[in-house]
Design a protein around this ligand. Sequence first.
Ligand SMILES: NC(=O)c1ccc[n+]([C@@H]2O[C@H](COP(=O)([O-])OP(=O)(O)OC[C@H]3O[C@@H](n4cnc5c(N)ncnc54)[C@H](OP(=O)(O)O)[C@@H]3O)[C@@H](O)[C@H]2O)c1
Ligand SMILES: *[C@@H]1O[C@H](CO)[C@@H](O)[C@H](O)[C@H]1NC(C)=O
Length: 318
Amino acid sequence: MFHLILGVIFFGAVYLLLVETLFKKSSCKGRREMSGKTVIITGGNTGIGKATAMELARRGARVILACRNQQKAEAAISDIKMATGSTDVVYMQLDLSSLKSVRSFTETFLKTESRLDVLINNAGLVADGRTEDGFGIEFGVNHLGHFLLTSLLLDRLKESPEARVITLSSMAHRWGKIDFDSLVVNKDLGTGRYSWQFFLAYCNSKLCNVLFTHELAKRLKGTNVSCYSVHPGIVKTELSRHVSLWQKIFIEPVAWLLFLDPTTGAQTTLHCALQEGIEPLSGRYFSCCAVQDVNSRAKDDAVAKKLWEVSERLCGLS
Ligand SMILES: NC(=O)c1ccc[n+]([C@@H]2O[C@H](COP(=O)([O-])OP(=O)(O)OC[C@H]3O[C@@H](n4cnc5c(N)ncnc54)[C@H](OP(=O)(O)O)[C@@H]3O)[C@@H](O)[C@H]2O)c1
Ligand SMILES: *[C@@H]1O[C@H](CO)[C@@H](O)[C@H](O)[C@H]1NC(C)=O
């Protein structure tokens, strides 16, 4: 009996600790006016992106879901319209694993839409494989596709009175590293066929997201565009769809007990989109609706600059 009580107290304490740290919830208090504004959300058809789209549509923004699968996107759009009463949510085809698709997306967007106020680089995956252009899929989709997308939309963002670029990173960026030699040789950050190696490649791509935002903020000095990177929390979504059955068996019970739901997982992205007065924090990393410090590797000026220049070359921008 005594052991049982001790056990309950122990697991209760661990649970409370986790709920206050790794799995902490937060809620966006921002009130920036969204009606009349246009937002692009990549991968807005499910998970955190869909929950973000839902709230921005509710607040009256014109929301463009930039997705690779029309059917899934149209299904999400009808859910969003139904739940919010918005009539201003549209689909535009974008496959971030193809630089050609990124270019044709931006071409269409710039031709048909007159303004862009918030760009949310949300799409991401943990998987094995290569992009159409031969890059490692995680580097290619999570970083490079968004790098090109943002670059090609920058002039339009600068025309908005107070535009923002929000890029979904992850706390997993802490385990990432940028090996430029490997990038040149393998067109990827990380190699190997084991699932922990895909996870490391994911961490590397998420470090790219933080460094990209760090460098972008410098390049945006003197404009009215600000930018932020985000850890959304650990959220129950489709992100783990490619992990092995064994890992799923391990993850599922923890997910059920502790993971945030997508609406809660969207709060920090929403904070960066909607909170007034955070422009002086441009370039910084947010989690739980607050700015957070990152380790020195995630704000290394030289590495961030080099990643930018290498990315430009890989996209054919320079
Ligand atoms: N869930 C978490 O615990 C967690 C933690 C830290 C960071 N994040 C980050 O949060 C972001 C959103 O993830 P999530 O958890 O909401 O995952 P999710 O449910 O798997 O959603 C990911 C979205 O990205 C889209 N996508 C994937 N590859 C794409 C491509 N080549 N072109 C266009 N869109 C593509 C997916 O589209 P399809 O449906 O067509 O595949 C989907 O809409 C990601 O950047 C992820 O790294 C998540
Ligand atoms: C930024 O916004 C302010 C106030 O709206 C405006 O006066 C200024 O011209 C803008 N700057 C640029 C570079 O567009």
